[in-house]
Design a binder for this molecule. Structure first.
Ligand code: PNS
Length: 167
């Protein structure tokens, strides 16, 4: 059984993340959407439990049932490779939007492989229509009352609207 972990902050999840996880689920038997509990990142727009719930909702609403059934949503702290071990995963999935992502992703992939040679990283190129998206920009736009409904799954848009009354 080929298991992959898709780690990230996902604060909030975007349509780009949803696209990557759905494509990863076409390649792997099981994909674990892994939300990092990251005390270094101050002021998340959603606490971890809300991020987990919203990702689960989005996956169930947007993916066919047989695909959604193979996508788990969990949180983790500590090293990604350790979480991979816990899940029995030999693969990390990451999305690449542009050349600017490449350097840090290359470094992380090499570092993770150094930490655990059994864990390899598989990259999915972002779909062109999502290549400009980032969680931090979505967060900023939403915070200032801008319309992000084209950028995030409906489940995320609903939670943002509840969190930010001006939306
Ligand atoms: O969504 P992000 O913030 O780009 O995700 C970054 C993430 C969570 C993949 C990375 O920070 C990570 O793996 N953190 C866990 C700690 C760890 O394993 N650090 C070493 C990475 S080489």
């Amino acid at each position: 059984m080929k298991i992959a972990v898709y780690p990230g902050s996902f604060d909030p999840m975007t349509n780009g993340h949803l696209d990557v996880v759905a494509r990863a689920a076409a390649v792997f038997d099981r994909v674990v959407f892994a939300v990092l509990v990251n005390p270094r990142k101050s002021e998340p727009i959603f606490p971890t439990d809300v991020r987990l719930a919203v990702i689960r909702e989005a996956v169930d609403e947007c993916c066919p049932a047989d695909v959604a059934a193979r996508i788990d949503v969990e949180s983790f702290d500590g090293l990604t490779v350790e979480f991979c071990r816990t899940c029995g995963a030999n693969f990390v999935v990451r999305g690449l939007r542009a050349i600017s992502d490449f350097e840090s992703e290359l470094q992380m992939a090499h570092m993770n492989r150094k930490l655990d040679p059994e864990v390899d990283t598989v990259f999915f190129m972002s779909a062109l229509e999502h290549s400009y998206l980032s969680s931090s920009l979505v967060k900023e736009i939403a915070t200032f009352g801008g319309d992000v409904t084209q950028m995030v799954p409906a489940a995320v848009a609903r939670r943002l609207a509840a969190r930010i009354p001006s939306l």
